[in-house]
Design a protein around this ligand. Structure first.
Ligand code: NAD
Length: 468
């Protein structure tokens, strides 16, 4: 069993203590996560601060070259990263699993390398010229979740270093190993201290976000933790990007074709076993086609091979951890007790592994946990409506506002309904399709700020307005 190390200032750092990381499919030990101390954390902040002094002076083309070099490393080690990711996260190698995730990490890295933030001339007149310059912020703390650990690490690290910042990443204690390996690879092509990794339980994450040497926090995780992170930023007014939980609604209009949309609805809801921030988590279907939509979704779900992530035949794997498994199971039991009708799944058949079947629950409404709260797992509530106004009102009746979708044949009508959804991204006849050139972020309690594209890059800069 491999004992992993921290990586601080370009050097592997041993720790006295470790925690075993287990494969969610089998319970087998994958490797040992190093437990960083507060002294390690201080050393990482010092290393990143030292590196910042020279990294911030790099030209845009030097920074772009560095990101391209990182992309080449990820590409050369894609299969190794995918296998490690599957072993600790559980998602299958195939389908929309680990190989897909590493491909995404690569695509985002490549795209972000090419984005420029040139000086903007706001005024060029006889009375004076006004220019807007963008500068790096300093040492960035990156805190990531366990659902898409490698891709999200790249979403944080690459824009930060592309704009001249240095980074300390603290991955989720559920899936730390693939991030450690990713940072090792990055350090083969980056100067020491530009990207550092510390690992441990939540306590070390809280110490990192509160550390006075951190200038910006980029956090992806639950809304509850995001609020703690925001509080920890107050003392030194750290800059923040918060990508938090979602409870995305999808509205199926009466003119939708139930058979044609079944596949899109399924993957909108069940990509990564529903453990995705912008998954379809509440489905509202018009009464006139309700039974047909339920029937086609259940038929599609019945043909999805679920199994050990390392098996090439698996298309979905287990839930990532016991806590999430128990949340999903308890929400489904609550739904049953409130009269929810199980169309598929609903009854896990015990271990080994945190396998929970794809579960579709019909005849359910607000007031059930599966509707009101974020399930973050393979269980979808399907809510019947008769009036589109009612569906819009219910879709918006939630503190979250990450994504949403509208499904129907009349594009203009679907777009009109979409425009009334309170969410940062909205899709027509698909759900959750993100891309590196389009800003992504939540409204309401799903977050602050955006990632991706030039708008996402700007979040890693401060502005200086020059009047001359
Ligand atoms: P989580 O909030 O439990 O943990 C996220 C990270 O925060 C982990 O690295 C954890 O160690 C760290 N952490 C815990 N306590 C902390 C504290 N007090 N201070 C600082 N950091 C702390 O989330 P999770 O269970 O790993 O991830 C699932 C959640 O993430 C879901 O709600 C999901 O919707 C959300 N998510 C959002 C997006 C998005 O882009 N909006 C993307 C992926 C996941």
């Amino acid at each position: 069993m491999k004992r992993y190390t921290l990586l601080i200032g370009g050097t592997a750092v041993e720790t006295a203590n470790h925690v075993d990381i287990r494969n969610p499919s089998t319970g087998d030990i994958v490797g040992a996560m190093p437990m960083a101390t507060h002294a390690d954390l201080n050393a990482a902040v010092e290393a990143a601060t030292r590196a910042f002094a020279t990294w911030k002076q790099k030209s845009s083309s030097e920074l772009a070259d560095a990101c391209r070099a990182v992309a080449a490393k990820i590409e050369a080690h894609a299969e190794e990263l995918a296998q490690l990711l599957t072993l600790e996260q559980g998602k299958p190698l195939n389908g929309l699993g680990s190989r897909f995730e590493i491909g995404g990490a690569l695509a985002w890295t490549r795209h972000t390398a090419e984005i420029e933030l040139p000086v903007e001339v706001l005024q060029d007149a006889p009375e004076g010229r006004v220019e807007l310059h963008r500068k790096p912020i300093g040492v960035v703390a990156s805190i990531t979740p366990w659902n898409w650990p490698v891709m999200i690490a790249c979403w944080h690290i690459i824009p930060a270093i592309r704009t001249g910042n240095t980074v300390i990443i603290k991955p989720s204690p559920m899936t730390p190993l693939s991030t450690i390996r990713l940072v090792e690879l990055m350090n083969e092509v980056l100067p020491p201290g530009v990207v550092n990794v510390v690992t441990g339980e939540n306590e070390i994450a809280a110490a990192l976000t509160a550390h006075p040497g951190i200038a910006k926090i980029t956090f992806t995780g639950s809304t509850a933790t995001g609020k703690k992170v925001m509080a920890s930023a107050v003392d030194t007014l750290k800059r923040l990007t918060l990508e938090l939980g979602g409870n995305d609604a999808g509205i199926v209009l009466p003119d939708a074709d139930p058979k044609a949309i079944a596949e899109g609805l399924f993957w909108g809801a069940f990509i990564n076993n529903g453990q995705t921030c912008a998954c379809l988590k509440r489905l509202y279907v018009h009464d006139s086609i309700y039974d047909a939509v339920c029937e086609h979704l259940a038929a599609y779900a019945a043909n999805i091979p679920i199994g050990d992530g390392m098996a090439e035949t698996s298309v979905l794997g287990p839930v990532q951890n016991r806590m999430q498994y128990e949340i999903v199971a308890s929400f489904v039991e609550d739904a049953k007790s409130k009269g929810g009708r199980i169309l598929a799944g609903g009854n896990p058949n015990g271990g080994p592994g945190y396998f929970y079947p794809i579960t579709l629950v019909a005849d359910i409404d607000h007031g059930a946990k599966l509707v009101d709260l974020e399930q973050f797992g393979p269980a979808l509530p399907i809510i019947r409506y008769t009036d589109v106004e009612e569906a819009i009102r219910k879709a918006n009746d939630n503190p979250a506002g990450l994504g949403g979708s509208v499904w129907g044949s009349d594009l203009a009508r679907a777009k009109e309904v979409a425009s009334r959804l309170e969410c940062g991204s909205v899709w027509i006849n698909k759900h959750g399709a993100i891309q590196p050139n389009a800003p992504f972020g939540g409204v309401k309690q799903s977050g602050i700020g955006v990632e991706f594209g030039a708008d996402g890059l700007k979040e890693f800069t401060t502005i200086q307005t020059v009047f001359c």
